[in-house]
Write a protein that binds this ligand. Structure first.
Ligand code: ADP
Ligand code: MG
Length: 227
């Protein structure tokens, strides 16, 4: 394995249900994600995108296959180790933004840092830097319901990056956005990935999003193919 591979998965398989109702959500998927690269995972609704991202994001366990983060095989990690890995190595961006509506923009980005016990001065420094990077410094004290959809998703990216993850995982992050905001958001993700040398995997069924990919991967009926 080369040094700049951040996440590698090999022959991941996940099925749901049994008998006639059995669904092969992901079939023997193998994929490497490298530092500085945005991988766009394209596939129609129901093709297995969320299932695959949940396996890569250690939110779900495969029926078979293995996952490595860096050189570490994390397939059999216990729940405590998984919590650590998700918190320290992975950043998640959701279609529904998943922000806390009663907290300000600043507090939303600060929350994962507080939970991780990062010291106050360091937290303040990182939160300001991230809000500036996503163009929300002027909105730091506003709450998510007071922000536009595009601003909320940029806030979601800032929060996902707060713990300095090695991999950013975004499951249809542009699903709720108009095309202008969707493209701005992809530009932001690509900029962050290239600048910080992290990796990102972004799922979409929107062909316009593909333009921001360093590498395109398709999924159909759970089968992953490189493009
Ligand atoms: P996508 O994100 O591309 O829309 P999903 O990964 O959500 O696809 O789903 C892939 C397939 O697995 C679909 O046929 C879906 O109905 C099925 N599926 C997903 N999650 C579950 C679940 N928890 N239980 C049963 N079937 C599921
Ligand atoms: Mg999905």
């Amino acid at each position: 394995m080369t040094a700049d591979v951040i996440v590698r998965c090999e022959q991941l398989t996940k099925t749901y249900g049994r008998g006639a109702g059995r669904v092969h959500a992901v079939r023997e998927a193998s994929l490497s994600l490298r530092a500085g690269e945005v991988v766009v995972l394209r596939g129609p609704s129901g093709s297995g995108k969320t299932t695959l991202l949940n396996l890569i994001g250690l939110l779900d366990t495969p029926d078979s296959g293995r996952v490595w983060i860096g050189d570490r095989d994390v397939t059999d990690a216990d729940e405590e180790q998984l919590v650590e890995l998700r918190r320290n190595d992975l950043g998640f961006v959701f279609q529904t933004f998943a922000l806390l509506p009663v907290l300000s923009a600043r507090e939303n980005v600060d929350l994962p840092l507080r939970l991780a016990g990062v010291r106050r001065r360091e937290r303040e420094r990182r939160v300001i830097e991230l809000l500036e990077a996503v163009g929300l410094a002027e909105h730091a004290e506003q709450r998510p319901p007071e922000l536009s959809g595009g601003q909320q998703q940029r806030l979601g990216i800032a929060r996902a990056l707060a713990m300095r993850p090695r991999l950013l995982i975004a499951d249809e992050p542009t699903g709720q956005l108009d095309s202008l905001n969707a493209e701005a958001m992809m530009g932001l993700i690509a900029g962050m990935v290239h600048e910080r040398g992290i990796a990102a995997i972004v799922s979409t069924h929107d062909p316009r999003i593909a333009a921001y990919a360093d590498r395109l991967v398709s999924i159909h009926d759970g089968i992953v193919t490189a493009e």
